[in-house]
Design a protein. Structure first.
Length: 150
C-alpha cells in the first residue's frame, strides 16, 4: 500500500505573522528613508512566503531630483540597505526573534555594500583591486521571505 502524499505547506508559508511583520519592516523603513516603493504582500509563491518591492536605485534618484531633494547617489544604496535590514529587525523587535528566511536579504545587502565601498581593499591579507564590482542588484527586485537555508 502506498503512502499518502502530504498536503502540508512548508513551515515558512504557514507562519504568516512572521512574514507579515518581516515584509512590513521592509515597506515601512523603505518609505521612512524616502525610497520609491511598490507593494508588499504575504501571498506565497513558489519561491517565497511574501515580498515587498523597492524601486530601482536610479528611479529613486530621479524621484528625489524631481522633488528637488539633492543627495549623493550613495544615499540610495544606504537607504536600500536599511530597508533590506528592516525585515529581520522588525521580527526581532516585535516577535523576539527572526525565524530565518532573510538569506536573500543578506545577500542583496552584501552586494549593495560593494556598490558604495571603496574600489580598493584595505583589509590585511586581501589584495587591492581597482576593478569595479560587478553587481546585479539594480532593478526592481523584491525582498523575500524564503524558507531558512535557501
Amino acid at each position: 500500500m502506498g503512502r499518502a502524499m502530504s498536503t502540508e505547506e512548508p513551515a515558512y508559508v504557514n507562519d504568516r505573522r512572521h512574514t507579515a511583520i518581516h515584509e512590513a519592516g521592509h515597506a515601512v523603513i523603505g518609505r521612512v528613508v524616502t525610497m520609491a516603493c511598490g507593494g508588499a504582500t504575504i501571498v506565497a509563491d513558489d519561491e517565497s512566503a511574501g515580498h515587498s518591492v523597492t524601486a530601482d536605485p536610479y528611479a529613486v534618484l530621479a524621484a528625489w531630483e524631481a522633488r528637488e531633494k539633492w543627495r549623493p547617489s550613495s544615499s540610495v544604496w544606504v537607504g536600500r540597505i536599511l530597508a533590506y535590514m528592516a525585515g529581520a529587525e522588525a521580527e526581532e523587535v516585535i516577535l523576539g526573534g527572526c525565524q530565518g528566511g532573510d538569506g536573500d536579504d543578506r545577500r542583496w545587502i552584501t552586494d549593495m555594500l560593494y556598490e558604495i565601498a571603496p574600489r580598493t581593499s584595505t583589509m590585511p591579507g586581501k589584495p587591492a583591486s581597482a576593478e569595479p564590482h560587478a553587481n546585479s542588484c539594480t532593478g526592481t527586485v523584491p525582498t523575500s521571505r524564503r524558507s531558512p537555508g535557501c
